[in-house]
Structure formats: C-alpha cells, structure tokens
Design a protein around this ligand. Structure first.
Ligand code: 5AD
Ligand code: FES
Length: 367
C-alpha cells in the first residue's frame, strides 16, 4: 500500500470522514513507520479537540475473582484450580471506595468474574451504598446478566456498564469462550444501551488467530453501536490457561487501535489500560498520547490484589492506591495534561435507543 494513500486516509479521517474496514485493515497491517506516527499524532489532535486535555480517573475495585466461565485466555477462568478465590462482602466493597472519594475521584468501577453469588439484591446494595455514602458515578463490570437484572441495577442508580466484546470475529469468539456466543454478548450491549447506561465494550489485541481485518471490525463495531467507552489491551498469555504458551500482543498494535478508535469515535472514553502498562513501562503514557483519556487506579484492598490475576506481571499490584494516584498525577502532568474533575460522564448525545444501523433490533428478545 502506498504511503501517500494511507496518509490521505488519516488526513481525511481527522477531518471526520468515516474510514472503511478495508482502510483500517491497511492501517493495522502497514509496516510504514511514518504512517503509524502520523496516525498517532492525528488521533492525539482529535482527542485534544473532541474531549480536551483532562484525564478522568476511575477507582477500580475488583470485588470477586469467582467466575462461572472458562474463557481460554483468562487467569481466573473456572477451571484454573491454582487460583485462590475471594469474594468481598457488599459493605466491604463500599468501604474500599472511601479513600477514592476522599481523593475526589468521581467514579467507582466495580469489576468481578461472572459471579452469580452476587444476586440482584447484593449488587443493588453495593450500588446504593456507594451512591448514599459518596455520590460517585457507578460503573458495573460484572458480565452477562438478564435484562431484568440490568434494568434493576439501572433503577438502583448504576450509571455505566462495561462488557467487552473481546473479539468481533464470531468463530474466534466461540473458540475462546466455551459455551458462549458473540451474538449474546452483543445482545447484552444492546440491552444496556437501550436501558440508558453509558456503555463500554472493547477487545484484546494479539489473540491467537486474530487478523488485521478482525481488528478493523472491532473498531467498526464500537463505532456503529455508538458505544461511549472502549477498553483495549494486549492479550497476555496466562499460566493455568489453554493459551499459556501463546504469543503476547504488541503495544504498537494496541496503540494503532486506540488511535483508530479516537479517529472514528471522537467523543469515546478510552482508558490507558493496566494491560498496556504490564507489557511496557511507558505503555500508559503512550496510549494517552495517541487517543486515550482515562486512567483506572486500583482500589482493590491489598490482600486480594494478587488473586485477581487475569494475566501475569500485572502492573501496580504492589502499589497502594495512594501511591498509584501520586504516580498517575505525575504521569499526567509530565505529558502536559490535567486531572479531570467531577464524574467525567460521556459527552456523547444518544438518540432514543442509542444504536446505529443494524444493531438496532430485538433488544428485549432472548438470544
Ligand atoms: N490478557 C489480556 N487481557 C485479559 N483479559 C482477561 N484475560 C486477559 C489476558 N490473559 C481482559 C478481558 C476482560 C478484561 C477484564 O480483562 O478483555 O474483559
Ligand atoms: Fe500505579 Fe504508577 S500508576 S504505580
């Protein structure tokens, strides 16, 4: 592919033209360093003009590592018997966020394995506790639940929901997720949007069998579903999983996706993920400079950190949340940005259902 042609695609995308899947595939595949640098810089400019220089902090609590699923890449999959399992009581989850509230962080992100021990009432107790004690925005990241559950959590005050689609390739999805389907995952995303959540998805980069075409389709999916948030990280092989010996995803490919997401969905909330920090000490800084605008300091109590191991070498597990906030504040100033104030809600305006194109059907039917 000619350099000039790719540079022109980037230039037009920066001015708002929607990139085709073929064009994005070429941008994932190119070996031309100048093109890639231009892609990163264009995304950084769009980030600056669309969402500004503020980096919003989200306080993450990983409250349970029990999981009923067996995702082939994930360190806390059901069949991994090496994991020491833990569950935090609802009150303990609320308590873990007290220091985040004192530090003026506006959002709590509650993440767990797909763990039905937390029934509707327990999750509602956590949401209400956080709302009553701190008034923080609440983001749930607890996997696939019924429409009725999503509805009840929203009614209890939950603001946002994260559920990554992991890969937009349906066959690869089925291979990596025994007993699960991409179709059902997308149904969950549509329901969440329909219920009025600010909704986030995302995928891993560098999965075995993943192609540049399927990465381009990941970007397209996030754009066409009109999602408000997207988390992107490299696949990192984890011990005790069927993919323990597979190859790790690369930072460069992750950054390309972050940049293309910023160009195709300018208002998207994009975190510089822990996984990018894990594969490269400068990973987060780099992601923040080619499109990302969110950081998620870890507020999981120290005694559980080691056990929430989705992949090895996880960044920041030995740093206290106070240390992480200090480190992140320095990181933010060193790249000439500022810490966001308030809840940092999505700036996207949604239409009635919030969905575009062919994603707009059958929200309530079961799949
Ligand atoms: N490498 C990278 N990311 C992983 N996740 C789970 N396991 C791994 C791994 N081995 C990601 C998935 C999940 C998120 C919480 O963590 O994308 O949605
Ligand atoms: Fe956690 Fe630097 S961001 S220690």
């Amino acid at each position: 592919m000619m350099q000039n042609k790719l540079l022109k695609i980037i230039e037009e995308a920066e001015r708002g033209r929607i990139m085709t899947v073929e064009e994005m595939t070429d941008l994932f595949a190119t070996a031309d360093g100048k093109v890639v640098q231009e892609l990163f810089q264009a995304a950084d400019r769009v980030r600056h003009s669309a969402v500004g220089d503020e980096i919003h902090l989200r306080a993450l609590v990983e409250f349970s590592n029990y999981c009923r699923n067996n995702c082939c890449y994930c360190g806390i999959r059901l069949d991994n018997r090496q994991v020491e399992r833990y569950r935090m009581e609802p009150d303990e989850v609320v308590e873990a966020l007290a220091s985040a509230h004192r530090m003026d962080i506006g959002t709590a992100v509650l993440q767990s394995g797909d763990d039905l021990w937390y029934d509707t009432d327990k999750i509602i107790r956590i949401i209400r506790g956080i709302k009553e004690s701190y008034g923080m925005a609440v983001t749930l990241s607890i996997g696939e639940r019924s429409y009725e559950d999503y509805q009840a959590f929203k009614a209890a005050g939950a603001d946002r929901f994260l559920i990554r689609h992991e890969t937009s390739d349906p066959e690869l999805y089925a291979e990596l997720h025994p007993g699960m389907t991409l179709e059902h995952r997308l149904l969950c995303l549509r329901r969440l949007k329909e219920l009025g959540y600010q909704t986030g998805s995302g995928n891993m980069v560098g999965l075995p069998g993943q192609t540049c075409l399927s990465l381009a389709r990941d970007v397209e999916l996030i754009r066409d579903m009109g999602l408000e948030m997207a988390g992107i990280g490299p696949f990192i092989p984890a011990e005790g999983t069927p993919l323990a010996d597979a190859e790790c995803g690369t930072l460069n490919l992750v950054l390309r996706e972050v940049a293309m997401l910023r160009l195709s969905s300018p208002l998207l909330m994009i975190p510089a993920t822990t996984a990018v920090a894990t594969i490269d000490p400068q990973g987060r800084q780099q992601a923040l400079r080619c499109g990302a605008n969110i950081l998620m300091p870890n507020f999981t109590p120290m005694r559980y950190r080691e056990s929430y191991r989705l992949y090895p070498g996880k960044a920041c597990i030995n740093e206290s949340s106070e240390q992480c906030i200090g480190c992140m504040s320095r990181m933010i100033s060193s790249i000439g940005r500022t810490v966001g104030r308030g809840p940092g809600h999505s700036l996207m305006q949604n239409d009635e259902c919030g969905l575009r194109n062919d994603y707009r059907t059958n929200c309530k039917q079961d799949g």
